[in-house]
Design a protein around this ligand. Sequence first.
Ligand code: MN
Ligand code: MN
Length: 277
Amino acid sequence: MKQVQNSIPENCICVVGIPFDKNSSFLKGAALAPAQIIKSYFSDSSNLWSEKGCNLEAIEHLYDYGDLGFKIGEDEFNTLTNFVEKVVDQNCHLICLGGDHSVTYPVIKAHAKKYNKLNILHFDAHPDLYDTLDGNIHSHATPFARIMEKKLAARLVQAGIRTMNGHQLEQAEKFSVEVHEMKDILNWPHEFQFDGPVYLSLDLDCLDPAFAPGVSHHEPGGMTTRQVIDIIHTFKGQLIGADIVEYNPDRDINSMTSMVAAKFLKEIIARIYEDTN
Ligand code: MN
Ligand code: MN
């Protein structure tokens, strides 16, 4: 993974950090995540091969943009949408490292202009379908309500959910969201299937806190790291972009969670590379 020098080259796979946690409702800290995840990605404790045999060091067109800069007083969502729009327009595949989960809405907004039948595969403990939370329509608990009401996705498929409530169930029904809750894990599809482009939105709290303590919301009863990797490997469809969000370094123990995020990053890069080559 090379550093971007002047501008992002065309036709590349690019990792970008979004140091933003203003819309986190319970704890701040996710803004510090991207640099830690990159540090774990390059940690000498592991290597730079994906599990399925892709040597990430040999991918010529893989770039690290570093953190996106925000100026004081600007509208961060606009900056983010404009940035992503430019990058996907030059046929690049973007992997955004959050940041809190609110960033997914401005990122999807840009992708939806390029991909008119976008599928979203969303891993999370939470449906993030609130109409508003604490008076904030852009809370990290609302991005998928904004995405679905603006019809930015053909399908939204959620997995790992274990905090469904009455309001969000109504929202899920209203927007025809396909929700796979943890309580039903024995009945999940053997293979997740999509027709066409797939954007993966990976909230690390989809995992049981035993696997990923470095998140703001500890919700017991979650997925294993293995289950998430297996779905990244096996789902049918073309992976065109992704985000890994909600890592909170303040809550981590011995970089356990940033290593999990870095592992997911490796497997996601490899899957995008396989799907586009
Ligand atoms: Mn979330
Ligand atoms: Mn969550």
